[in-house]
Design a protein around this ligand. Structure first.
Ligand SMILES: Cc1ncc(COP(=O)(O)O)c(C=O)c1O
Length: 391
């Protein structure tokens, strides 16, 4: 299942002293590309709710094929407002719980709480590291309000199985698609599946707006609620019936996001080349594991992560991290600790409900530098440093 298309092998150059590879470097358009839109904004004085926002939303609708896309100030705000809209629609029900993976970024359970729901953490699959459909099925109850999956590290979650489960339970499927711009399934950009998928345009993502989020939805009515909620909950008459917040995306960010979106195919291709180079060196090494990308899918490679079995590899995750840091290579231990063990959320987790795969992944996964600054040659050098860290 792992994509291992190779490039011409190149001998990695030994790192010179002072060699540094940041974990991420924003993949920005040139200033010339965004200058006309910035000039338009400055000339018109329109800094919010203007033509750049409309152009970005239209481009994202075309890309995702979703019925509508609502741009917001961040993915976190998009998740919180999306769930808040759902809470409004479910106000007369006992549906209070949102099922989500624990092996994910903390913004998801935080949004669940902001919207007035309780997170129910479930297990992820040991191969794709995305939420396990069987675990979601086992957690569904009459109190279930929604399923909130995630395209973890850019690998699409099991949209077919989760959509079927959500339909059977009579609840919506939403996706934390923060890593999903550049992720495809069946040859198409993800985003049209489920009730809503929420993308991020923060500096660590493939499409960068400075900060920003895009909520792609299959429901025009839901999009209307989101537009009201991102505007304090004001539907225009200043007689608010729905508590929202200021979740607007400024024009300058929308213009940057739009220019960045147009570069997405090239950005994905560079990440794919880096992932191929990492795999070229590391795949087959005893003790190392890789995220399995389903055959019909491609990853955005928002992150390239490996797992390290200390006994079989000869060094543990933290030792490898330390050695790479000494060599100027910046890494992350995503997602350690997992959400169900964080002080903010652990009270929602039942002690008798072990998340064995999640805990194991959190203990041994390591995310390596990824982005336009990681050329295939640099990826090979980093991979060689990973192997050398056994000494
Ligand atoms: C999986 C995931 N969800 C949500 C977010 C939050 O996105 P934002 O920073 O746009 O709020 C992030 C940010 O990195 C993320 O990685």
């Amino acid at each position: 299942m792992v994509n291992t298309a190779h490039e011409m092998p190149a001998t990695p150059a030994p790192p010179a002293s002072g060699w540094r590879v940041p974990f991420v470097r924003p993949d920005l358009p040139t200033f010339d590309e965004i200058e006309p839109a910035f000039r338009e904004s400055f000339a018109s004085g329109i800094l919010t709710k203007g033509p750049a926002l409309a152009r970005l939303e239209a481009a994202a609708r075309t890309l995702t094929g979703a019925a509508d896309v609502v741009a917001v100030s961040s993915c976190s705000v998009g998740l919180a407002l999306g769930l808040k809209a759902l809470r409004h629609l479910q106000a007369d029900t006992n549906r209070r719980e949102v099922i989500l993976p624990s092996f994910t970024f903390l913004a998801a359970p935080a949004a669940v709480e902001w919207a007035g729901y309780e997170p129910v953490f479930v297990e992820c699959a040991s191969d794709t590291w995305t939420v396990a459909a069987a675990a979601v099925a086992a957690a569904v109850s009459p109190r279930t309000a929604a399923i909130l999956a995630c395209h973890t590290f850019g690998c699409p979650c099991d949209l077919a199985a989760l959509s079927a489960l959500a339909d059977r339970a009579g609840v919506p499927l939403m996706v934390d698609a923060a890593h999903g711009l550049g992720t495809t399934l069946g040859g198409r950009q993800v985003g049209r599946e489920g009730l809503a998928q929420v993308f991020s345009m923060s500096p660590t993502k493939l499409v960068v707006a400075g900060e920003g989020g895009l909520v792609a939805t299959s429901s025009p009515a839901f999009a209307g609620l989101l537009r009201e909620l991102r505007e304090y909950g004001n539907d225009g008459d200043y007689d608010c019936s729905l508590a929202g917040l200021n979740g607007r995306l400024p024009e300058l960010s929308a213009a940057l996001g739009l220019a960045s979106l147009s570069r997405l195919p090239a950005v994905v291709a560079r990440r794919q080349a880096a992932a191929d180079a990492y795999l070229d060196v590391l795949h087959g090494t005893p003790g190392l594991g890789f995220q399995a990308i389903p055959a019909a899918a491609t990853s955005s490679w928002k992150d390239f992560s490996i797992t390290i079995d200390p006994d079989a590899f000869g060094a543990g995750r933290d030792a490898v991290r330390g050695r790479l840091a000494e060599r100027g290579i910046d890494t992350r231990a995503y997602y350690s600790p997992p959400c169900h063990r964080m002080p903010a959320f652990s009270r929602h987790h039942r002690a008798d409900h072990a998340l064995v795969v999640t805990d194991a992944l959190a203990a041994c996964s390591l995310s390596l530098p990824m982005g336009g600054h990681v050329t295939p040659a640099i990826a090979r050098t980093i991979a060689t440093e990973v192997l050398d860290s056994r000494r």
